[in-house]
Ligand binder design. Structure first.
Ligand SMILES: C[S@@+](CC[C@H](N)C(=O)[O-])C[C@H]1O[C@@H](n2cnc3c(N)ncnc32)[C@H](O)[C@@H]1O
Length: 216
């Protein structure tokens, strides 16, 4: 008797469908050059430092880091379809990357990273239990002297993305949220607002915060 095939959970199905339906250039969040994340990350790490791009999707951040000699790089995403696209784009260079198809809120980290990057993923967590689970994984996966670059829609950014509601932040509300779940563990180093221009020319306001581990 054959075993039943498990259907993907609705969340994974949603993101796989988004990636199946649209080319990279048609994704509202697409960037040819992943700024400001790239500049913020490369200012804080050196080659050899493990970096993770959480919810990396088809982002070209991994390409840009490898181009500059950074890594090892891990890309984690719910959507195996998105990861397959990035692997195909990178060709043989994909073998240098660790690819993890997982829900960050359920993932069990196996190593620590010098830098945790997230652009436009945390803001989809509108349930406090999911935010707690995400931040628990971040705490487990971040090295003792690790840094976090976390980019979300700003307070005056869009209320939805890809058909889903989002939680919007400014750097202070974001770090207060993190402090509530991980008291005393991280502190805000710097932040910036920036406008992302979608492929259709719409402006989306983002905030990007850089946080670091607290040391007592
Ligand atoms: C708006 S896209 C941003 C992609 C990428 N960070 C970028 O800047 O191009 C959000 C990404 O988060 C992924 N995602 C959403 N919820 C997730 C979760 N709970 N765990 C892991 N990935 C998730 C989606 O599959 C999608 O690739």
């Amino acid at each position: 008797m054959s075993s039943p095939t498990l259907a993907p959970d609705p969340h994974t199905h949603h993101w796989d469908s988004v990636y199946a339906a649209r080319d990279e250039q048609a994704l509202t969040w697409h960037q040819d050059v992943p700024r400001p994340s790239l500049d913020l990350i490369t200012a804080r790490i050196t080659p050899g430092d493990p970096v993770i791009d959480v919810g990396g999707g088809t982002s070209r951040l991994v390409d840009a880091l490898l181009d500059r000699g950074f890594g090892p790089v891990t890309v984690l995403d719910l959507s195996a379809k998105a990861l397959a696209r990035s692997r195909a784009r990178l060709g043989a260079r994909a073998d240098a990357v660790a690819w993890i198809a997982a829900d960050v809120t359920r993932w069990r980290p196996k190593r620590r990273h010098a830098l945790w990057h997230d652009r436009a993923v945390f803001h989809f967590l509108t349930d406090d239990a999911d935010r707690a689970a995400y931040l628990n994984r971040l705490d487990t996966a971040l090295a003792a002297h690790g840094d976090v670059v976390l980019s979300t829609f700003a307070e005056d950014g869009p209320e939805r993305c890809s058909g889903l509601p989002v939680a919007r932040y400014n750097p202070e509300t974001l770090s207060a949220m993190i402090e509530r779940h991980l008291p005393g563990k991280l502190r805000l180093l710097s932040s910036q607002h920036h406008d992302h221009i979608t492929p259709k020319g719409r402006i989306q306001r983002f905030q990007t915060s850089v946080l670091t581990r607290n040391h007592s």
